[in-house]
Design a protein around this ligand. Structure first.
Ligand code: PLP
Length: 404
């Protein structure tokens, strides 16, 4: 296993915080003083009684603030080392809420090889309101410099990207961005705060599709925003309440339940993904494996410097596009499905699923072609996953070559 320099798991002496594993396991468990319940209850009430005129218990109406959601939001802010957390009804709802910080005429610099839904939000919706985006390799400071405009307001990064696993140096981009007065926003879905905390590296805002690793069980749709600084936190609080794409009390509970095991799951996702990526990297039917944990990956060193581990998803290209259909048909354990970050292993075909909304020229320019498959490695036994892939590859080879 690669040696990671970022020591994410030391106890914080200045704040007296516990190690992240302990904080995760204890989410909400010390927040209910009346009964001492070790899991925080689900408050369904949408309305809250005021003691008298001009007084409030701190809760008025659930869109603005809900007790169950508030516990989740506090945990999110703590885990990402920010000042405020906001739970939204999906990752896309979190992104949309966040992008409402910008106005007509504003410009953003955005990672190339972006999540398809975020690209669609920029190109099909935000563009109609005059908010524009330029897609660049955010690890190339020259490219950043030449895409900078007088109306630029922020840099939006995914690292590693999905599906091609391009890694961006968060500290370098945040420093550049700050110098020009831009906000730095990082979509941290793929690593989670267990492995990477962008705010500690200089980012202003972190966003998550909590549907993925944070929830972790392919059974809750949710998004999170974490902000640094009072002004930004107040601005996002205003948008969160005004737009109203907030997470329900039930889903807030479900998400906290998943987050309690994040540390265990991420360790297993990482070790499984490393074992399988290593197996595929020498397989004769595999042309290329994209996974920053592998020493040959161009982002390997930056990844090791800025995070304490690797995600459980990686991509690979088969040597012949004709293998794809039979591989998907012959898999027995691994499901052919979109999404990522859950305990069950899922294989995705980005060109026709997650990235279908990205125009062919752009997709092919970054390398999302018809030979690329994305694997979200679950927490099953790695040998069972390797055996399933091996038999599907062999069956595909036999069909394509007409052997047997
Ligand atoms: C899934 C995903 C999203 C969108 O989140 P939803 O919860 O599906 O709305 C955004 N960014 C990334 C990187 C994702 O993987």
């Amino acid at each position: 296993m690669a040696e990671h320099n970022a020591d994410n798991n030391k106890p914080d002496n200045q704040t007296g915080k516990l190690r992240i594993e302990s904080r995760l396991a204890q989410i909400g468990s010390m927040e209910e003083p009346v009964t001492g319940a070790v899991t925080y209850p689900i408050y369904q009430a949408t309305a809250y009684r005021h003691p008298r005129l001009g007084q409030s218990t701190g809760f008025d109406y659930t869109r603005t603030k809900n007790p169950t959601r508030a516990v989740l939001e506090k945990a999110a802010a703590d885990l990402e080392s920010g000042d405020a957390g906001f739970a939204c009804s999906s990752g896309m709802a979190a992104l949309q809420t966040l992008f409402m910080l910008f106005s007509s005429g504003d410009h953003l610099i955005v990672s190339l090889d972006l999540y398809g839904g975020t690209y669609r939000l920029f190109e099909k919706i935000l563009s109609r309101y005059g908010i524009t985006a330029t897609y660049v390799d955010t690890n190339d400071l020259d490219a950043l410099e030449s895409s900078r405009r007088p109306e630029t307001k922020a840099v939006f990064i995914e690292t590693p990207t999905n599906p091609l696993m391009m890694v961006t140096d968060i500290a370098a981009v945040s420093a550049w961005s700050r110098k020009h007065g831009f906000l730095t926003i990082v979509d941290n879905t793929l690593l989670s705060p267990y492995f990477q905390r962008p705010i500690e590296l200089g980012a202003d805002i972190v966003v998550h599709s909590a549907t993925k690793y944070l929830g972790g069980h392919n059974d809750v749709l949710a998004g999170l925003i974490v902000t640094k600084g009072q002004k930004l936190s107040e601005e996002v609080a205003f948008l969160h309440n005004s737009i109203g794409a907030v997470l329900s009390p039930n889903d807030s509970y479900q998400l906290m339940r998943g987050m309690k095991t994040l540390a265990l799951r991420m360790e297993r996702h990482q070790s499984n993904a490393t074992a399988i990526a290593t197996f595929l990297s020498t397989h004769p039917q595999i042309a290329e494996v994209f996974y920053p944990a592998l020493p040959g990956h161009p982002g390997h060193e930056i990844q090791n410097r800025q995070s304490s581990g690797n995600t459980g998803i990686f991509s690979f290209k088969v040597t012949d596009a004709r293998y794809v259909e039979p591989i998907l048909r012959h898999l027995k354990l691994i499901a052919f499905a979109e999404s990522l970050g859950g305990v069950e292993s899922l294989l995705t075909y980005p060109a026709v699923q997650t990235h279908a909304d990205i125009p062919l020229e752009i997709r092919e320019a970054v390398g999302v072609d018809d030979r690329l498959l994305r694997f979200s490695v679950g927490i099953e036994h790695p040998d069972d996953l390797i055996e399933d892939l091996a038999q599907a590859l062999e069956a595909a080879r036999a069909e394509v070559e007409g052997v047997r």
